[in-house]
Design a protein around this ligand. Structure first.
Ligand SMILES: Nc1ncnc2c1ncn2[C@@H]1O[C@H](COP(=O)(O)OP(=O)(O)OP(=O)(O)O)[C@@H](O)[C@H]1O
Ligand SMILES: [Mg+2]
Length: 457
């Protein structure tokens, strides 16, 4: 596509010569002879770049620049300045102009400046869409009351420097919570460094966390900067913190207390300003009792404790999550977003999700890839998603559980019959047919168990 360039200059001769050069190079050119006219044109025609004269009667270039940038700060503006206005042009670049060119502008300078400016907008567009894509990937979806509590905790924790301890089963979203605390903190522009304490071999974790000097141990052929140093001024996320050895725990405790680290093989201590967020799917209090986790470290870490609830305790969020992941994976796989039928969503809401949101996410990915149609219904799910095993059937939920085999069989039979009758709108003939028993037998059972429709409330 041809780039569209707007030239704002009160001198017709400049507009003509600049316009000629640009058109010759196949750009589309718009011309304005005053500031206000240029601003109106910029708004209407959305040019990719503006050439702006600095000295014009009426509204001068600097003010035009201000207004253009207020309207769209990504629009590159190149100043064209006459002799004697070069210092103003310098001022203009400080005020956000992309570049300046002296009059009379040579075609070479004009074209180089255009290429640079357009390249920069292309890059920043790319950055923006990459950033947006990353944000969608790290978005936390859900509106259930229990997730809202997590949100509230994030909001309270984020602006502080307090250490946060995230606890919850595997796959509930602890990492996501850690990232959103960082994103909403005063450190959001600094680094978020993640360390998975369970994935690093015991003998390497210290040098990973604290760094080492060259030659400090066999194999240390290069100096290494530790994660705590890398995270300086930012946030460190100590994932699976429950898996740290006693020795590492002692060292981490020291960083938290003193705010300084020591590289292996160095006697020098280095001050670090790091916010710590830790996560674990272990029950740390139990680990303390077993003697595998230090109590003092636990207290240091859990200044702000946040529990992320398992998915089965917030089933309301499932339809939202399904749509979110379906959207994500259809884009990734270049296919149209399929529709989940209400029955399919209800089915997904009933599943076990032992692996929590991670399992749900993987399942949706699989569904998107494996199921070709535009609609996803229960039949597409049955083989992929297992349902929660049914609770033992008792006639009335809150009666005592049956004690003998006979009692169990009877209560199960009763519940079965009531269910089938309901399904068939209490039509006896139809129900008998569906369950494959003579009508007379069904009547007998109803009497035996005292089943009647009125009782079905
Ligand atoms: N509320 C949510 N909205 C959208 N995606 C989520 C949500 N919760 C979790 N996820 C996604 O589910 C996956 C698992 O989440 P995450 O890695 O944060 O879990 P975790 O609690 O750290 O698990 P583990 O203990 O196994 O490390 C990730 O891909 C994450 O993006
Ligand atoms: Mg995790």
């Amino acid at each position: 596509m041809k780039a569209r360039i707007l030239v704002i200059d009160d001198e017709a001769e400049v507009r003509r010569s600049v316009g000629m050069i640009l058109r010759y190079d196949d750009y589309e050119v718009l011309e304005a002879s005053s500031g206000p006219e240029g601003i109106a044109l910029a708004e209407k025609e959305a040019p990719d770049l503006v050439f702006l004269d600095i000295k014009m009667p009426g509204m001068d270039g600097l003010e035009v620049l201000q207004r253009l940038r207020n309207a769209n700060e990504n629009l590159p503006v190149v100043i064209i300045s006459g002799h004697g206005t070069v210092s103003t042009a310098v001022e203009a670049t400080k005020a956000g102009a992309f570049d300046f060119i002296e009059k009379p502008p040579s075609s070479e300078k004009l074209l180089v400046s255009i290429r640079n400016a357009l390249e920069r907008t292309r890059l920043s567009d790319e950055n923006r869409s990459l950033r947006r894509a990353a944000e969608v990937r790290h978005q936390m979806v859900g509106e259930s009351p229990s997730l809202r509590q997590v949100w509230d905790a994030i909001k309270r924790a984020a602006p502080t420097n307090a250490t946060v301890l995230l606890q919850g089963e595997s796959g509930v979203g602890k990492e996501l919570v850690a990232r959103s605390i960082h994103r909403n903190s005063l450190r959001s522009r600094e680094r978020f460094i993640q360390v998975n304490c369970a994935a690093i071999p015991e003998e390497l974790i210290e040098s990973e966390l604290f760094g080492h000097e060259k030659g400090s141990f066999t194999g240390a052929t290069e100096k290494q900067i530790g994660k705590f140093e890398q995270a300086d001024r930012g946030t460190i996320f100590l994932d699976e913190v429950g898996d740290m050895s006693a020795k590492t725990q002692a060292k981490v405790l020291r960083v938290l207390q003193e705010g300084e680290v020591e590289r292996l093989g160095s006697a020098r201590t280095i001050k670090v300003d790091v916010r710590v967020i830790a996560a674990t799917n272990k029950d740390l209090e139990q680990e303390i009792e077993k003697g595998t986790f230090r109590e003092d470290l636990y207290f240091r870490l859990s200044v702000i404790p946040i529990r992320v609830p398992p998915l089965r305790d917030r089933r309301d969020d499932i339809p939202l999550l399904v749509r979110h992941f379906a959207d994500l994976f259809s884009r990734d796989n270049n296919r149209r977003l399929p529709r989940f039928t209400p029955a399919a969503l209800e089915y997904l809401q009933k599943a076990r999700w032992k692996g929590n949101v991670r399992e749900l996410k993987n399942t949706v990915e699989r569904l998107i890839i494996m199921t070709p149609g535009d609609t996803l219904d229960v039949d597409d799910l049955r083989d992929i998603v297992r349902l929660e095993p049914k609770a033992p059937v008792t006639p009335d939920g809150d009666k005592e559980r049956p004690g003998t085999l006979r009692e169990f069989k009877e209560s199960a039979e009763r519940a079965f019959l009531v269910g089938k009758l309901r399904e068939n709108a209490w039509n006896i003939s139809k129900t008998a047919e569906v369950i494959g028993t003579p009508r007379s037998n069904l009547y007998k059972k109803l009497e035996q168990y005292g089943i009647s429709q009125e009782g079905d409330g």
